[in-house]
Design a protein around this ligand. Structure first.
Ligand code: ADP
Ligand code: MG
Length: 682
């Protein structure tokens, strides 16, 4: 071949791929031969093993080998719908193959020839059927066929044959991005073998070998990227604490700090005395008192002449932090500012000017704080609260503000340890594993709506005794389904069982000012019951609230329920969490029973991971982590650990992956993180 074809070539060099088809492939993220070969099958049809028809269970997807013994003539059911029936046998039992509208398929099945069929078995025990199965002619050496995720107008067959063409073109000596030392040490197959087998496996063992290698490569790449990201964020900081004493802070509080809080504060203060910026996560269950850690640090920073920025995910939380901080620091002369989205333009303008002039020591706000328009006079520390709402990319944007300020993220979402390694791979971690003294365990019960009335009477009792409660229900507005809206729900309570109680509603559609007002009235005790959507989920702190009732509890993940439950049990009164669900499913029952049994956030997170997969934790890529093609966070944990150790080792020997043997790895990392627009290499 005269023209040099490489992995970088556009797929248009392949036979059968014109401009139009290339555009369809583009939709799948496939442009080059390399990306085509990296477009792994979603699954496989394994024609290498099949069952006797007798063992193919109705309702299951099965593979059977059978011979065609009769072909019924085409039956026209109505205009535009033809039905073809083909009768096949394995010698013992028969099966009816039904094909709709495809004369082509019908004709492909020849009388007296053997085929292997793959599809869902329907019909009944006496007469089994398969509708529109996949099939291939039977031969001595059967294969596993790849099944790809498709896009409109691009069939599985076209993708498979395009991949096949590409595989024929690439040379045996294709460059392996993994260094030979690694493939040898971990007994991984060669890149080229892996690519061939992942698309067209000879058998299950070969597929396994290929998968293992590709998973290893992917997770290694991911970890290298995380570590590089971390070191990139670690340019020297200009913010070094000279005065690191913080004991005076504790004297400002009405309580003494827990050991875990002290430890976390000390770890942070220690970090901030170094030449590199702190990059730390404080993880602690709901109610463990993370806010005090932030306050203590802001105190230290202010004493050293630096500003602290505190970002909360919602206006309500920002507001709450503002109140907490102004309360604690009322006698210290620290200057605190709330930069809220609802400020009038002129006020905002003057506040931002003051921030820039360094006239505030502590600035509290929402995400808006990282907007480019806000600049700081002497930013020393950025705290992001409830960090699971912030992504990796946002974190690094923050780091760009000021002169490499210290960074502290606080999260109440317990993340299974192993997942934490990935999500927070770029952070050091402090765990607050101790609740303030005197906290009582929240009593949790799961009920059906039959017992709702009783539950409401119970709530009424508590309200009458001067305590407060939340009821969470899913929807803002009527319609969509028969689920109740917050508004209607509140009205019904007001008219009926909670007649005379002071009830208010809270939901995401309220204007920030209205939300604040509602929250304020609840916080002050003016409102007794808050009927809300999950906007109360994160961080809201009202110690006098003792009941959290959740309607349609089946709609929430365990971690989310745990967060909701964390809104109560914050004072010294006994608290209750009531989960209402009429959902009959076994899985739901199990989930709710987990909630009733344990209050350990980490255990709940592990359970959530098991049941719902990592999607919840990674939620629509909001963490800014690259999307994985083949590795699975829940089942490939061993490889994850292996590759994590290896990644550290590699970078300790070759900081920028600049040695020639690491060229391939370096390229893999750039490719994986390309969507992040992260400049991992200088
Ligand atoms: P979270 O970790 O969920 O953010 P908060 O910081 O909101 O928790 O604290 C929850 C409640 O516990 C607040 O009312 C706070 O004042 C209180 N608190 C924090 N630390 C202590 C402590 N050491 N002793 C007693 N109460 C504390
Ligand atoms: Mg909090």
């Amino acid at each position: 071949m005269a023209e040099q074809i490489s992995l970088k070539s556009s797929i248009e060099v392949l036979k059968g791929v014109g401009q139009k088809r290339a555009q369809l492939f583009h939709k799948l993220g496939v442009d080059t031969i390399y990306s085509l070969l990296r477009y792994y099958p979603r699954t496989y049809i394994d024609y290498t093993s099949y069952l006797p028809i007798a063992e193919a269970a109705v309702g299951e997807t099965c593979t059977v080998r059978a011979r065609v013994f009769r072909k019924a003539p085409e039956a026209r059911i109505r205009k535009g719908l033809s039905l073809f029936k083909v009768f096949v046998t394995d010698g013992e039992n028969d099966l009816v193959i039904t094909i709709f509208n495809s004369k082509y398929m019908y004709e492909a099945l020849q009388l007296d020839r053997e085929y292997v069929f793959h599809g869902k078995v329907t019909g009944n025990f006496f007469q089994k059927e398969m509708n529109a199965p996949s099939f291939v002619p039977y031969q001595a050496q059967m294969e596993m066929m790849p099944v790809y995720s498709l896009t409109e107008d691009l069939s599985n067959k076209v993708i498979a044959s395009t991949v096949e063409t590409a595989l024929k073109l690439i040379e045996k000596s294709v460059f392996d991005p993994l260094p030979a030392a690694i493939t040898q040490q971990y007994q991984l197959c060669h890149f080229e073998y892996a690519l061939r087998q992942i698309h067209f496996p000879q058998n299950a063992v070969a597929l396994d070998t290929a998968r293992r290698r590709l998973i290893f490569e992917e997770l290694l790449t991911l970890q290298l990227g995380m570590l590089l990201l971390r070191s990139r964020n670690r340019k020297q900081t200009a913010v070094q604490l000279r005065d690191s004493r913080w004991e005076a802070f504790e004297a400002l509080l009405p309580f003494s700090l827990t050991g875990a809080q002290r430890r976390a504060i000390a770890e942070c203060v220690h970090d901030m005395q170094g030449r590199l910026p702190m990059n730390r996560l404080v993880q602690g269950d709901v109610g463990s008192g993370k806010t005090m850690v932030a306050a203590a640090l802001a105190f230290v920073l202010a004493r050293n002449g630096y500003q602290t920025a505190i970002m909360a995910p919602t206006e309500i939380l920002a507001q709450q932090h503002y109140q907490t901080f102004t309360g604690i620091f009322s006698k210290t002369g620290l200057r605190i500012c709330l930069l809220s989205g609802s400020l009038a333009k002129a006020v905002k303008q003057s506040e931002t000017e003051k921030i820039a002039a360094g006239e505030y020591d502590i600035v509290i706000g929402t995400h808006a704080l990282i907007q480019d328009s806000v600049s700081f006079g002497a930013l020393g520390l950025v705290v992001t609260d409830e960090q699971h709402r912030f992504g990796v990319a946002q974190r690094s944007r923050l780091a760009e503000k000021g002169e490499n300020p210290h960074l502290l993220v606080m999260s109440a979402t317990p993340i299974p340890r192993t997942l934490g390694l990935i999500i927070y791979g770029d952070l050091d971690i402090s765990v607050i594993d101790e609740l303030p003294a005197g906290r009582q365990k929240v009593i949790t019960m799961a009920i059906t709506s039959k017992k709702r009335e009783r539950a409401l009477r119970f709530i009424r009792e508590k309200l009458d005794n001067g305590l407060q409660a939340y009821i969470v229900c899913p929807l803002i507005e009527e319609g969509e389904s028969d689920l109740k809206s917050v508004e209607t729900y509140a009205q019904e309570l007001q008219k009926g069982p909670l007649n005379g109680c002071r009830i208010e509603v809270l939901h995401g559609r309220l204007k920030p000012k209205e939300k604040d007002a509602v929250m304020q009235r609840f916080q002050s005790g003016e409102t007794q019951l808050l009927v809300s959507t999950t906007v109360v989920e994160v961080g809201v702190d009202v110690p006098n609230a003792v009941i959290m009732m959740v309607e349609n509890a089946e709609r929430y993940g365990l971690s989310q329920l745990h967060q909701l439950r964390g809104r109560v049990g914050r004072g010294s009164e006994k608290s209750y969490c009531i989960l209402v669900s009429d959902h009959p499913g076994e899985e739901n029952r199990h989930r709710l029973s987990v909630m009733c049994k344990t209050s350990d956030g980490f255990q709940i997170a592990e359970e959530d991971l098991k049941q719902r997969g990592p999607g919840d934790f990674f939620g629509s890529r909001q963490h800014g982590l690259p999307e994985l093609k083949i590795a699975d966070m829940t089942s490939d944990m061993d490889v994850l650990r292996q590759t994590q150790a290896l990644a550290k080792e590699l970078l300790s020997e070759d900081e920028g992956l600049s040695r020639p043997e690491h060229k391939g790895l370096r390229r893999l990392v750039s490719l994986l993180y390309a969507q992040n627009k992260g400049q991992l290499f200088n």
